[in-house]
Ligand binder design. Structure first.
Ligand code: CO
Length: 134
């Protein structure tokens, strides 16, 4: 059911510093920052030949990654995103298998303008999983 790895997301306390690290030290192509108020994050995407890295910085007081950074002050891997062809079909299959979908269970529009869902890390070997319909 899942397809390509779309991106790996890393939460960072300082997006500018994280972007500079990837651009200057690691020599990667880094996008301009994009604020996603409905997700409570500001993101940059790092384009790699075979996938992307998403750096996330908290945006606003209720950011879902603020708590994560409290426990990981230097930053850390936050989620991985797999591509699916049909997000509603994937959601039904996973719910039938007993997996928990986060939030109200409705897909939301993610950073690429495509519908996304998040799956409970306790149901996926301790890793927060994002599904993106491509
Ligand atoms: Co993501």
């Amino acid at each position: 059911m899942i397809g390509r790895l779309n991106h790996v997301a890393i939460a960072v306390p300082d997006l500018q510093a994280g972007a500079a690290l990837y651009r200057e030290t690691l020599g990667a192509t880094v996008s301009a920052p994009q604020a996603l108020p409905e997700h409570g994050v500001t993101v940059v995407f790092i384009e790699l030949p075979n996938t992307k890295i998403e750096l996330l910085e908290p945006l606003g007081p209720d950011s879902p990654i603020a708590k994560f950074l409290d426990g990981n002050p230097a930053g850390g891997m936050h989620h991985i995103c797999y591509e699916v062809d049909d997000i509603l079909e994937a959601r039904e299959k996973l719910k039938n298998a007993g997996a928990r979908v986060l939030g109200d269970g409705q897909p939301r529009i993610g950073a690429h303008g495509k519908p996304v869902l998040f799956l409970h890390p306790k149901d996926f070997t301790g890793t927060l999983v994002e599904l993106e319909q491509v």
